[in-house]
Each structure stands twice: as structure tokens, then as C-alpha cells.
Design a protein around this ligand. Sequence first.
Ligand code: 5GP
Length: 185
Amino acid sequence: MTTAKGNVFVISAASGTGKTTLVSRLTAHNPNIRVSVSHTTRAPRENEQHGKHYYFTTREHFTELVGQGAFLEHAEVFGNLYGTSAAAVQEMCAQGLDVILEIDVQGALIAKEKKKDAILVFFRTKDMETLENRLRNRKTDTEEVIQLRLKNAAKELEYEPKYDYTIINNDIEHSCQELIDIINS
Ligand code: 5GP
């Protein structure tokens, strides 16, 4: 008898695209889809919980984990280290669960290299102007941070051709359905 195995889906998106909303909608309605909880050396933000949003760790411990080969992929993003636990992903897949990695473009390519059957999904707004409006409307960032986020988003766009799919977020419900269709195909 063969056991069904889950797949890995990597989602990369610039800040302000709506990725967090997309993924929480997706997982709320699909118990067979899990989001991998990454390790990071960045400090927790208000309301972030250890083990739920991230495993918050020191640079020293993170480096030790890298040495042990604990990560499927890891990368430095905005001066902090982030990594995906290889064992956790493997275990969820073995249980037949589909796993979502919400990771940056560098990590996405490494994950694809290590796990050839991983599906890469690039999630973005229809243009930079829309992204800029969204960042401004959330009223959480200073002008300097908004400019930095836009610059990073433009840089990340260069990676889009390497992805298997692109979802353009015009409407979150529609985007969620597109992602479900990709996962089910
Ligand atoms: P934030 O600190 O705002 O939660 O995330 C910053 C960036 O790091 C985002 O682009 C996010 O997708 C990315 N990120 C989060 N976890 C990981 C990970 O495990 N690996 C990589 N490569 N990037 C990650």
C-alpha cells in the first residue's frame, strides 16, 4: 500500500501584498494545509508568539542549527537570519499534509534546488503603484520604510520568472481560490 504524501508550496511576496491574509484564509478552510513555522534571529513584534509565528532564536543558536544541517533553506533578510526546519517539513509531508513556506526569494530558490518537486508561487500586486498605495493605507510605516519596502519589492520582482506560478492580488478571495486551484492541481 502506498501512503499519500503532502507537497511543498513556497509563497514569496513583498510586504503589503496581502500574503498574510491570503495564507490565513487558506489554512482556516483547509485543515490539510499547514504553514511551516520558521526560525528567525529577529526580535518578536508585538503580538507575535514563539512557536506560532516564528521560533525566535539567537544568532549563535541559529548558526549551530545551520551546522547541524537542520534547515531545508536559510537566508539573511533585512539583516536577520531566517530558516525553514527540514525535519518539520518532512514530517508534515509524510503525514500527507501540504506545507506552505512563506519565505523570501533567495530561500525559495534554495528550497526548489533541494526539493525539486516544490512548487513556487509568486504573489504580487498588479503594479508598484498599487503596492505603494497599500503600504501607505496601512499607516504602519514611515516614509523611509515605505521607500525601502518599494525598493525591495522591485528587486524581488526580478525573481518572478523563476517561479512556477504568479498570483496577482486584485481581490483576496479570488487570489485564495487561485492558490487552492494550484494546490489541488
Ligand atoms: P518578517 O520579518 O517581516 O516576518 O519577514 C521578512 C521576510 O523574511 C519575508 O519576506 C518573509 O517571507 C521572509 N521569511 C520568513 N521566514 C523565512 C524563512 O524561513 N526563510 C527565508 N528565506 N525567508 C523567510
